[in-house]
Design a protein around this ligand. Structure first.
Ligand code: ATP
Ligand code: MG
Length: 235
């Protein structure tokens, strides 16, 4: 039985170590974290503290060295690569710090891709939804552009639209406003909190943006691979 039945994410004694030239490097150590469904969490901390590594582990994009992550009631370490991919496609949106758009696909095709992978949706409906999201992030005039022809901020917004298009239960975003000017950043923040409010989506956001952190239900500070202090898991 999960310890906390409202938790959409439960992390216990999570460690991530990698081998490097000098031996073993500990990136994350004994992370404990519960996230209640429908809340928003800002993960903050200095550069190199382990925030992106933690986000990747929570979303099942990376394997832990030890400890456990229970995501939507599923213990990630017990799932095969395919099962994890299905869980992600069905319930998770992820905005990478480096965007990771498909270079050979247009903005519209990038945003439509998760819907195609999910299946069960007609092509024109997928296009309509992708187009609507690109409009919401202010890119209606860039739908046919390939990523390399887009500015950093534009790529970031395409990545956000792609993460939103499946209406995920959990949105993970790594510095989603990092490449945006203040006005565009605010629009993107509003969009994320609309998803949070309208669909009860849980937001897990890595950010250096104090305005964004303040709008979250809760802030978790990472320092040198550990969660600093204790904070309540709820809103
Ligand atoms: N695969 C790896 N091999 C070796 N070191 C790694 C690996 N992945 C991450 N690191 C190291 O782990 C630390 C944490 O990296 P991470 O990317 O999680 O930091 P971060 O908090 O997201 O930083 P930033 O704010 O700069 O994005 C860094 O010192 C990084 O160099
Ligand atoms: Mg990072």
């Amino acid at each position: 039985m999960p310890e906390n039945t409202n938790a959409i994410i439960e992390v216990r004694s999570l460690c991530k170590r990698v081998k490097d030239a000098t031996g073993e490097l500990t990136i994350l150590e004994n992370i404990e974290l519960d996230v209640i469904a429908g809340t928003s969490v800002a993960i903050v901390g200095a550069s190199g503290s382990g925030k992106s590594t933690l986000l990747g582990l929570l979303a099942g994009l990376d394997n832990a060295t030890s400890g456990s992550v229970r995501l939507l009631g599923r213990e990630l370490s017990t799932l095969s690569e395919d099962e994890r991919a299905r869980l992600r496609n069905g319930s998770i949106g992820f905005v990478f710090q480096s965007f990771q758009l498909m270079p050979h696909l247009t903005a519209l095709e990038n945003v439509r891709l998760p819907l195609e992978l999910q299946g069960g949706i007609e092509a024109h409906e997928a296009t309509t939804r992708a187009q609507a999201l690109l409009e919401q992030v202010g890119l209606s005039k860039r739908t046919q552009h390939y990523p390399k022809l887009l500015s950093g901020g534009e790529q970031q917004r395409v990545a956000l639209a792609r993460a939103f298009v499946t209406r995920p239960a959990i949105l993970f975003a790594d510095e989603p406003t990092g490449s945006l000017d203040a006005a565009t950043g605010r629009a993107v923040i509003d969009l994320m909190f609309e998803l949070n409010a309208a669909q009860g989506a849980t937001l897990i956001l890595v950010t250096h943006d104090t305005e964004l952190a303040h709008r979250c239900s809760r802030t978790v500070t990472i320092e040198a691979g550990r969660v600093l202090g204790r904070s309540p898991p709820g809103a």
